[in-house]
Ligand binder design. Structure first.
Ligand code: NAD
Length: 395
């Protein structure tokens, strides 16, 4: 294989971009093999635009022999059937975030790709941001000491009512399978755990505060990592001016990412030695200090989807490490699913999440909160998934 020939499935906002990137910008490793959308006009228009064959049936695309890998950019409920079908045909899988809206199905996707020995990557492209990579590098180096607090505000995801009204699957339990936690915040939930670690337990609230939608537009959560380490996450599509603020505090220092800058506060002595070594009841003058410095970052800010596509192809061709392998993308979904159970059932939830519990909760929420808008949308995808599960059980 000289180049990885991608077949893009779902040619909406993201898929159309993926097709363009694969065709025009992928460099030496990437080619666009074919495109697919259930809407025939869309498939034809984009196929003709890029001079590649087009399909309206994803299975025909997968069986065409024209592609080595799929990019799945359909609504969430199609992600699992598409990925499982692709893996069965030995096609590599690059899936848009989130892997799925339900953790149980996402786990099956990852298992199947592993079983069929095909690569699986996820477009959680914020991992390519230079500032986040630097933050992770500093935390992993141990220079902050043991972390005891992780805090993230990600409310720069403003969406208008018109956005939610723009597609039947948006803002519905049946369609998106969740709100800000499932559609916008997965990138930040991923960074939250990639850099700050995975909590053991979550507790918190979800609200539909400002939009006329079935799902949440605001989420507030506390995380318990054990041993007194805690986390806080706030995500919203109903906040202005909105913010991206990410803080990690450790025994020896603190990192703050805010306004595109990364600040490192270095303590003169660790908090633990200050607590145990100080003779007085309070901190004495000069006994402790924190020196703040802005961390130098490379000029290229990163954060481009194309980097994920190129990296995926390099992984398939030469075994380069993936920015975000499927198995790691499960974590952000564990978090959002745990948050749904915690928020809607008003209880603390221990991770890993019970896959059946989240499936049942989504079905219940769909019935309770339905606006009628998204109803029945995922029926055929669910049927396809059930069929595949039967086949897997008897294989
Ligand atoms: N990584 C990112 O930054 C980012 C940004 C936006 C969206 N996304 C993700 O990309 C995915 C798609 O989102 P979008 O905003 O492009 O949605 P969209 O509604 O604009 O596009 C979805 C497309 O999929 C097509 N489709 C539906 N079912 C299909 C099927 N069975 N076979 C083939 N095509 C089918 C639809 O006709 C539509 O054209 C979602 O997972 C979303 O969360 C990722």
């Amino acid at each position: 294989m000289k180049k990885v020939r991608f077949g893009v499935i779902g040619l909406g906002n993201m898929g159309a971009q993926h097709a363009k990137w694969c065709k025009n910008d992928g460099g030496r490793d990437v080619a666009l093999g074919a495109v697919c959308d259930i809407v025939a006009d869309k498939a034809q228009a984009i196929g003709e635009q890029h001079k590649v064959p087009h399909f309206t049936d994803a299975l025909e695309l997968m069986d065409s022999g024209l592609i080595d890998a799929v990019i799945i950019a359909t609504p969430h409920y199609w992600h699992s059937p598409m990925a499982i079908h692709a893996a069965r045909r030995k096609l590599h899988v690059l899936c848009e975030k989130p892997l799925e809206s339900r953790i149980g199905r996402a786990r099956v996707m990852v298992q199947q790709c592993r079983k069929k020995k095909v690569a699986m990557g996820v477009v959680l492209h914020q991992r390519t941001r230079t500032i986040m990579r630097k933050m992770k590098q500093i935390v992993d180096s141990g220079v902050l000491g043991e972390l005891f607090r992780v805090e993230m505000v990600c409310s720069s995801w403003f969406r208008s009512q018109a956005y939610y009204d723009s597609g039947a699957w948006r803002g519905t339990w049946d369609g998106e399978g969740g709100g800000v936690l499932i559609n916008q915040a997965p990138h930040h939930l991923d960074l939250f755990q990639w850099i700050g670690g995975m909590p053991k337990k979550v507790v918190g609230m979800v609200h539909t505060r400002a939009h006329k939608i079935e799902v949440e537009d605001t989420a507030n959560f506390l995380c318990d990592y054990g041993g007194g380490k805690v986390g806080y996450l706030y995500a919203s599509t109903a906040d202005e001016p909105g913010a991206e603020q990410f803080t990690v505090c450790g025994d020896k220092g603190t990192l703050v990412c805010k306004g595109g800058k990364l600040l490192h506060g270095k303590l003169k002595r660790s908090v633990s030695s200050h607590i145990s070594g100080s003779k007085g009841s309070f901190s004495k003058k000069g006994e402790q200090a924190c020196t703040w410095k802005e961390v130098k970052l490379p000029k290229n800010p990163g954060g481009k989807h194309l980097m994920v596509i190129k990296n995926f192809a390099a992984h398939v061709l030469r075994g380069d490490a993936l920015y975000c392998p499927g198995v790691e993308a499960l974590n952000e979904l564990e978090l959002s699913n745990a948050m749904y159970i915690a928020g809607h059932k008003d209880k603390s939830v221990t991770l890993p999440v019970n896959g059946k519990e989240i499936e049942a909760l989504i079905v219940k929420l769909e019935k309770q909160r339905s606006t009628g808008k998204g109803q029945g949308l995922r029926k055929s995808a669910d049927k396809e998934y059930a069929k595949l599960m039967k086949r897997l059980a008897t294989a």
